[in-house]
Structures are given as C-alpha cells and as structure tokens.
Design a binder for this molecule. Sequence first.
Ligand SMILES: N[C@@H](CCC(=O)N[C@@H](CS)C(=O)NCC(=O)O)C(=O)O
Length: 207
Amino acid sequence: MLIVWGRKNSSNVKKVLWCLEELNLSYESKEVGGPFGGLDTPEYRKMNPNATIPTLQDERFTLWESNSILRYLTAKYDQSHLLIFNDAQDMAAADKWMDWSGANLFAVIKEMMNKIVRVPVEQRDPTQVIKIYQNIEQLLQIADEALAQQEYFSGHKFGIADIAIAPLFYPWRELATDRPEFPHLERWYQQLQARPAFQKIVMLPIN
Ligand SMILES: N[C@@H](CCC(=O)N[C@@H](CS)C(=O)NCC(=O)O)C(=O)O
C-alpha cells in the first residue's frame, strides 16, 4: 500500500496526490504538518529527517522531496508513459522545469504564503509584499514565454513537470490581486482545470 504523509492543502503534497490520481493508483493519505502537527516526532523524523511534507511510503521504501517522489512514482508505476517520455531529451526537457520550480518558484510562493497570505493585512510589510509579487512575476514571465513555444511544461503532452508546477501556480492565481496578463499560462491553466484529478486535488481552499 502506498501511504502519503502530509496535509492535503500543501502544494508539495498536492503534487504527489495528483500524480497518484492520474496514474489511478490507490493510496492512503495521512494528514500531518500545519495544524495537524506530527512532524517533530522521532517516528516521523526517522522517515523524513527534514520534518517536512510530503513523505511517501511504498511498503518498506520511504522517500521525501516531492519532485523525487513524482519521479519515483512514474518510474515504477507509469509503464504506459502517461506522464513521462521514453526519449531522453524529451524527458530531460521536462525534468528541467521540475528542478526550476522546486528551486525557484517554490521559494517565492513559500514567501507569498508565509509573509502575505498567513499574515493579517495590517501586519504585512507593504514594501516586502510588492517585492515578493515582483519576484513571482519575474519567474512566471519565464514560464509564460516557455508556454508560447510548447503546449505543456512537460512538452507536447501533459506530464510530471505540469504536476510539479501547477500546485505552486494555483495559490498565486487564486490570491494575487492585480495579476499581470500571462496568456500562455492562462491557456495552460484552463487545460488543467478540465482534468478531474486537478479539480479534486489541487483546487482546494488556500490557507
Ligand atoms: N523541497 C521539499 C519542500 C518540503 C516543504 O517545505 N514542505 C512544506 C509544505 S509545502 C512543509 O513541510 N511545511 C511544514 C508544514 O506544513 O507543517 C519538497 O518538495 O518536498
């Protein structure tokens, strides 16, 4: 049995649950982290010494880092290549966006969540708020230009790079006021919205 540890409204947990749904795999979800707590216990730290979510258990095998989990799940369970490519260059081109989003986009979305969304309006630092949104928009400009050239971040078909990016994009799109126009990202987002697994896993209230 596959077990996913992590609260369902975390962007990084959403990636894993969405991937499992797209692959039609059954799994058990154990909500830890945030208001659920449970990360700072010896048992959890034994599975994931970072005390972060998500953590995946596949029988005796344990894995942390959401993008590594996506790679593992598809390597092991996506024999028909629904979400990945056979071709090394196609796959590397998708992988690049996964690494980009994990290193760059996650950092700025995390700032938006921790310094804007979860802070009462009167306690926010207006200069910092502007800077955080500018940093996000700079990255989204790169992403938007890429989607002018290709249908998905994964390439010519939907895949794990899209699963890695969309749960990070979603809170910004839902919450940012005065969003600049990113027409290609918007077209991509509309395509994702048509996917039942995206609706079920990603489109949750943000907090
Ligand atoms: N690079 C890690 C980041 C993990 C991470 O920072 N997860 C956040 C949630 S998105 C977390 O554990 N927060 C603590 C909490 O929710 O209690 C990954 O992609 O898995």
